[in-house]
Design a protein around this ligand. Structure first.
Ligand SMILES: Nc1ncnc2c1ncn2[C@@H]1O[C@H](COP(=O)(O)OP(=O)(O)OP(=O)(O)O)[C@@H](O)[C@H]1O
Ligand SMILES: [Mg+2]
Length: 496
């Protein structure tokens, strides 16, 4: 079935999501079914074979498999599932014993998340809800692609062409971005890389403008020629002029020999003018001339000559505002933004955070010779919740920091993250409670203690249950139930 048919099939389908639960213990199947059956269509299977058979018959959005089973292990089952039904979200139910295979499975993308055993029903429901959100998003993307394909199909009855367009999700080596926001960027990058059009990259610091500039060059027809970059904010005007356009011997004190400028070095290739908003008026005029006529004149020379250079410029400033304030030439602005690519901040594409985090962790683990191969659920939640004002660069630095300070841990836990990532800069505002729980003793008790600690902290801080529940990221009813079960008293809440 191709993607378009698949999307159409989904359109008429507003039945509840199908969830398949696989475990050889009837008791576990039963309690998972109880937890989920009110909201979803739940199917159960006690062996891998049975599960795969159900998968053939039913539309399954999410599959939850126990890791330890006779016959195929959970990971093996999920591997088969990912081949047969790639869009089904895969979760693994597991105790802590099999951390190794677990981490491997997460990193190889075979599973979306693991559910610890024993589980807390409310937490499980929430994980399931999140997973299904991800499923829905992925499905909506396909549906959009499907709609696009339909429109195209009417225009040109060229099936072969279409299939390529619809199925090809854009990807560039080493540039991560499955989020719709980044896919839109990739879409423009792909188109523009085949042309010589001048590109203006805008976006906050650390969003990936450098990476995008390089990629546009290296996937385009100029890839065999040079890509040169110059930060226009780093040098005083005259030096910048000499860097970009070159100079003749004797053009200024210290110019002992002729020097080739970067525009000449990049002839046939691409020049990347970073921080273009920092250029002074004189430089702006000279840049305008190159863009208009393709001509440069080295400092101290009376002759101009032609160059064939593709220009990509970038800024993290508001250039339009700079034009309005008279700090940036309007004509240059329009020459630069023939194609403008706005690189979105990381906080509007949080879906990309897990893949980015894994990417950076793999890279740095190898470089620093660490065993780190993944993140705990909680740590990943913190990373995804963080605001990241420094965007991808800040995330990258965080992961490097974690790796640098790590010992022989295999997974990154919350306690290894920096203070502000752990709580301070989260979406819901500052959180001041850092649970102090020792790593010893019975785990169930420790978990209870941690819950109590967080709940009391949130209630004290917010002063009401609705806000506390929001703060904790759980439904209000669950909070209510936990307060009751943990016997948290009003006295405890007012005590300091
Ligand atoms: N989509 C991405 N996939 C992988 N790595 C990325 C991505 N975006 C950014 N990075 C990494 O994040 C870091 C910051 O990116 P980059 O230098 O391109 O940002 P920038 O927008 O140019 O920032 P500034 O405005 O401060 O110059 C780099 O190390 C880059 O490799
Ligand atoms: Mg940059």
């Amino acid at each position: 079935m191709n993607e378009v048919d698949d999307a159409r099939e989904g359109e008429s389908d507003d039945a509840p999501y199908g969830i398949l639960v696989v475990d050889d213990e009837p008791g576990i199947l039963e309690s998972l079914e109880l937890t989920l059956a009110s909201e979803y269509r739940v199917f159960t299977a006690s062996t891998g074979e049975e599960a795969l058979a159900i998968l053939e018959q039913e539309k399954i959005a999410l599959i939850i498999v126990d890791q330890v089973m006779p016959g195929m292990t959970g990971v093996e089952i999920l591997e088969r599932v990912s081949e047969r039904s790639p869009r089904t979200i895969r979760m693994l139910l597991t105790g802590y014993a099999d951390m190794d295979s677990l981490v491997r499975a997460i990193n190889e993308g075979r599973i979306y998340r693991y559910l610890p055993k024993p589980w807390e029903p409310d937490e499980l429901r929430m994980d399931v809800r999140r997973a299904l959100d991800a499923y829905r998003l992925a499905w909506e993307n396909t549906q959009l692609a499907g709609a696009l394909a339909d429109a195209n199909a009417r225009l040109r009855a060229e099936n072969v062409y279409l299939r390529g367009e619809v199925e090809g999700r854009y990807s560039f080596d080493g540039v991560i971005g499955d989020s719709p926001a980044m896919q839109r960027v990739f879409d423009v990058m792909k188109k523009v890389s085949e042309t010589d059009a001048t590109v203006l990259l805008t976006g906050e610091t650390g969003t990936g403008k450098d990476v995008i500039a390089k990629t546009v060059h290296y996937v385009g027809p100029r890839k065999d020629k040079r890509f040169v970059a110059q930060n226009c904010g780093a040098l005083p005007d005259t030096l910048l002029e000499s860097e970009l356009f070159g100079h003749k011997r004797g053009a200024f004190t210290g110019a002992h020999a002729d020097k080739q400028g970067l525009f000449e070095v990049a002839d046939g290739g691409t020049i990347f003018l970073d921080e273009i908003g920092e250029t002074e008026p004189g430089m702006q005029v000279r840049l305008l001339r190159v863009l208009q006529d393709g001509e440069i004149r080295p400092l101290g020379s009376s002759e101009t000559h032609k160059v064939d250079v593709r220009v990509i410029a970038a800024t993290n400033k508001d250039l339009e505002q700079a034009v309005e304030d008279g700090r940036f030439r309007e004509d240059l602005y329009y020459r630069l933004r023939v194609v403008e690519i706005e690189v979105p901040p990381l906080r509007v594409r949080r879906e990309d955070i897990p893949a980015l985090a894994h990417h950076f962790l793999d890279r740095v683990s190898e470089r620093m010779n660490r065993k780190l191969a993944g993140f705990t659920n909680a740590a990943m939640d913190r990373l995804t919740d963080c605001q990241w004002p420094g965007n991808v660069r800040e995330l990258e630095n965080e992961i490097e920091r974690v790796a640098a300070l790590a010992g022989d841990e295999r997974v990154v836990g919350v306690e290894m993250l920096s203070e502000h990532v752990r709580g301070g800069a989260s979406r819901g505002g500052a959180s001041s409670f850092t649970p102090a729980v020792s790593g010893e003793g019975n785990m169930a008790d420790a978990v209870e203690a941690l819950k109590r600690h967080m709940i009391v902290g949130a209630l004290r801080e917010t002063g009401n249950k609705t806000r506390a529940a929001e703060h904790l990221g759980i439904p209000r009813q669950s909070l209510q139930k936990m307060i009751k079960r943990l016997e948290i008293s009003d006295d405890e809440l007012s005590a300091e």
